[in-house]
Write a protein that binds this ligand. Structure first.
Ligand code: ATR
Length: 280
């Protein structure tokens, strides 16, 4: 059996639920801008359908796919070829075709590093505080270690998870922070990254005390398309701040490059996203 796609093989993002994904918009604009025949679709795939999905993209000769919850870890037991970042994170967000074989990549580390670009000097010289110890926090921490950040502080609501993550990642620059040390500002960090999901909660709990924010600091919330209380607090204190939209675009651009072998049309990708955000 061999499926033949009429206008270039499709590329998918798979997950469940998938209702609000912006990935089709970013990737379809990129394919159109580069005059490539592929189209990108969001497809709900249940965990027990994952192997079948992999067979289907092989049959379609698809350039690959993106993976989101709950498939990012399980895919590692199905496709054994993988980039080093997948080993570091224990999770993949991209399947691509590497010399005729399907291979896994994780482009979140790249995406986060690019988001940090405007503040690289602060990241390297003044320390970074990461809030959270889930998959998103892990990608941030690996990126910060790769950027040779001298001092990384890690806080999590459940301290055991922060300790476990710090132990797994190792490195002398990474240290965990308890509740009282966080609340009383016993850390030296000019950049604070919120890698928790609190910004999606109503009401949003204040996990980083506003009294600790100084005008020279930078607040980054990985959640995008939402003015979280965390970001509003930085704005109110005259401090720079950013949501996670740039990370979304850069991680997408990296996946796109792996699929096509071409330089991604990054300006068009950002424009599409910014136009959509303005509309909403
Ligand atoms: P992801 O893979 O996107 O990082 P996750 O693994 O579910 O998602 O992690 C969510 C993070 O948000 C965790 O660090 C979680 O803290 P716990 O480890 O204590 O659960 C954090 N989080 C969620 N709700 C929170 C809240 N109300 N206050 C503080 N941290 C919260």
């Amino acid at each position: 059996m061999r499926l033949i796609a009429a206008h270039g093989a499709p590329v998918f993002v798979i997950g469940t639920p998938l209702s609000h994904t912006l990935s089709p918009l970013i990737h379809n604009v990129a394919f159109e801008t580069a005059a490539l025949p592929h189209r990108y679709f969001a497809l709900q795939v249940q965990p027990d359908e994952l192997s079948r999905f992999v067979d289907i993209i092989r049959q379609l000769d698809s350039p690959g796919a993106n993976l989101t919850l709950p498939h990012k870890e399980k895919i590692c037991s199905i496709i054994s070829d993988r980039d080093p970042e997948v080993e570091q994170l224990g999770a993949a967000n991209t399947i691509y075709n590497h010399a005729g074989k399907l291979r896994l990549a994780n482009t979140d580390i790249y995406g986060f590093s690019r988001l940090l670009e405007p503040w690289l000097h602060k990241v390297r010289d003044s320390g970074v505080l990461v809030l959270g110890a889930g998959g998103a926090a892990r990608a941030c921490l690996v990126a910060l270690q790769q950027l040779n950040c001298q001092q990384i502080f890690l806080w999590n609501r459940t301290p055991e998870k922060a300790l476990k993550l710090a132990k797994e990642l190792g490195g002398s620059s990474l240290q965990t922070l308890g509740d009282s040390a966080l609340q009383s500002g016993q850390f030296a960090a000019a950049v604070v990254v919120n890698a928790t999901s609190v910004g999606l909660q109503e009401p949003e709990p204040e996990i980083f005390p506003q009294k600790l924010i100084q005008p020279g600091m930078v607040g980054i919330d990985l959640i995008y398309n939402r003015s979280t209380k965390f970001l509003q607090n930085f704005q109110q204190c005259g401090a720079e701040n950013s949501d996670g939209l740039a990370m979304l675009v850069y991680q997408a651009a990296r996946s796109w490059q792996l699929w096509t072998g071409q330089k991604p049309p990054i300006k068009a990708m950002f424009k599409a996203i910014n136009d959509r955000v303005k509309e909403s």
